[in-house]
Design a protein around this ligand. Sequence first.
Ligand code: L3W
Ligand code: SF4
Length: 455
Amino acid sequence: PVQYLPGKEPHAREKRLIFKNIDRVGYNPSIECYLENGGYEQLKKAFTMERSAITNEVKASGLRGRGGAGFPTGVKWGFIPPTNTKPVYLICNADESEPGTFKDRYIMHQDPHQLIEGMTIACFAVGAKLSYIYVREEFPYAAKILEKAIAEAHEKGFLGKNILGSGFDCEIYVHRGAGAYICGEETGLIESLEGKRPYPRIKPPYFPAALGLYMSPTIVNNVESLCHVKHIIEMGGAEYAKLGTPNNTGTRILCVSGDVQKPGYYEVEVGKVTMGEVINDLCGGLKPGRKLKAIIPGGSSSKVLRADEKYKLRDGREIGIMDIPMDFDTMAQCGTMAGSGGVIIMDDSRSMTWVINNLNAFYAHESCGQCTPCREGSLWMKKISDRIVGGDASPDDVDTLETVANQIEGKTICAFGEAASWPTQSFIKKFRDELKSDCKPDLTGKIVNEETLVA
Ligand code: L3W
Ligand code: SF4
């Protein structure tokens, strides 16, 4: 029987594809270990297939990007103009920075060859001979581990010239960022890779798949998305699509943090597990004696859900927060998004004023400054929420904060504008009374004077 590290055994509700080997006793990032566990067999299989057939399998799998937007991966690959004569590039977005999200780091640390195999298959499918892994500065170990793994793959003939006698040449380079969240936005990332400030480009009309790195067709995919490619080739797209639910196929890694007994990462079939099962089964429930207050379901940029809300779905059902299936489409119907899989659980000891101040500080720090509503607005949101959390707010400050957030949404070059304004808008909409109350947090975000809150 497979043995796992103590405390890291998969939960019965999990379905592990990406994390199949991770956390097993003795499993390590070396190429020898990867090869002993069937590594690079799917690359060999891919070389027996037509390139277009690989893209078709990825389309048939229904895989949706795991970086935040949930855009269908195979469809994106299909956007490379058929008349293209320029080099094609593949970029792995490993700039994992969304607060609440920590899955890509773990994949890169524990199973780097899984990513390299997935990337090489993707490069073959889209015809990219040059590929980059853009790793955020804060992941120095991931960069080192990946560089070692790339050298090992080279030595064994899985990268470089004429890979495995296929006639296909491919190189992967690790590129380290310099500590900016906006480099996770694909066009900011491309600008950074070109050696410039990471100012996001306006899109539409030109998406990277048509005009990306060096104005050439460029596919940008998240780490986890690229790892899935290997499993799609192994299972076949149609078989992969049986995992999860229609339009929300496969597995995905949820990163659960906050006020639960067992925070951590859990790989589950998309849509087959509800929020209640995540909290009570996978994470062992809330802290003793506490009640659920709110959940940020898909990274800090997603809108907050309040524990006592009801959500009306398109099929007419009305469900509570614990019944929401963890999938892209239902989350959208609940007015939020599944995003990058970062689920932040907050119990009734948590100050919403502190949370929104914390998030506003993050977005004010990370705005690239290119457009005025975001640059000025994010700073004002921080300043106003500083006053609210510090007890120095004027009676109008919560309303002013909401007005500032409303002036950012939809008026900026990239989605960061929405990412910054949605948390503020949703927290004010759902917790206005608390934000206007005398409720005070301590430095860790716990409420110190619970009696000020109206039940
Ligand atoms: C060609 C078209 N390509 C769309 C491509 C596009 C991109 C993908 C999704 O933001 C979200 C954001 C964050 N022709 C195309 C096309 N594409 N139409 O599809 O595009 P888009 O613009 O919907 O999303 P995005 O700009 O990639 C991502 C949210 O995710 N987020 C952030 C996560 C942070 C991380 C992390 O830390 N790992 O990913 C969290 O929820 O707010 O809304 O490739 O080019 N017609
Ligand atoms: Fe930069 Fe913000 Fe404008 Fe995006 S929305 S380009 S992060 S200033």
